[in-house]
Design a protein around this ligand. Structure first.
Ligand code: URA
Length: 214
């Protein structure tokens, strides 16, 4: 992993992650393949994101003897996908951390004001005691990511990470400006955001490609 031009942002440059991102970007990648590759990629992202989890030692019995063995300390993680595209990178993370809790947040952009409006929120009660990992494949304008994180802080989350597959420099700047305390993990930072809010060169609309809605 290499730190990039934004502090607090980690680009996961593992060759498998980079290869899979290229497959996701290709126009000809089918819905079924897109979904499968996004899942594989998010598992690999989760591996990097959880690299610094704290361990504690417990005493266990192997079939042969007693030993002190490392185990994850603290409460289970909580993944929070931002609906709907966030769901497309949730299962890969759950493949790796099956006992994690899952919260959901749904936001839409008010067509008049362009402000993100919450339409769904369901979270575990004890968010303050958990590492909360917010997931959304695309960090484009940064508005939904930032609003989601603000809402999670409001309900008590204190330790938050944000994971995406692709980010735009404009979205990163906005997000980091509003949440300098929240580390961001991405597989790439693309050139720019276009006038329609798409990341360029990008991979298109992640939700539509995941769910075959276009
Ligand atoms: N959301 C997407 O799915 N794709 C983009 O390029 C930007 C936002």
């Amino acid at each position: 992993m290499n730190p990039v031009m934004f502090s607090g942002v980690t680009v996961v440059d593992h060759p498998l992650v980079q290869h899979k991102l290229t497959l996701l970007r290709r126009r000809e990648t089918t819905t079924a393949d897109f979904r499968r590759i996004a899942r594989e990629m998010s598992l690999l992202m989760a591996y990097e994101v959880t690299r610094n989890l704290v361990l504690e030692t417990i005493i266990i019995e192997t079939p042969l003897e007693t030993m002190e063995a490392p185990t994850l300390a603290g409460k289970k993680l909580c993944f929070v996908p931002i609906l709907r595209a966030g769901n497309g990178i949730l299962d890969g993370m759950l493949d790796l951390v099956p006992s994690a809790r899952v919260g959901h947040i749904g936001l839409y952009r008010d067509p008049g004001t362009l402000v993100p409006v919450e339409y769904y929120l369901k979270l575990p009660d004890d968010l303050a005691e958990r590492l909360v990992i917010v997931v959304d494949p695309m960090l484009a304008t940064g508005h939904s990511a930032s609003a989601a994180v603000a809402r999670l802080k409001e309900v008590g989350a204190t330790q938050i990470l944000f994971v995406c597959l692709l980010a735009a420099p404009e979205g990163l700047a906005l997000f980091i400006g509003e949440h300098p305390d929240v580390p961001v993990f991405t597989a790439a930072v693309d050139r720019e955001l276009d006038e329609h809010g798409y990341i360029r060169p990008g991979l298109g609309d992640a939700g539509d490609r995941l769910f075959g809605t276009k």
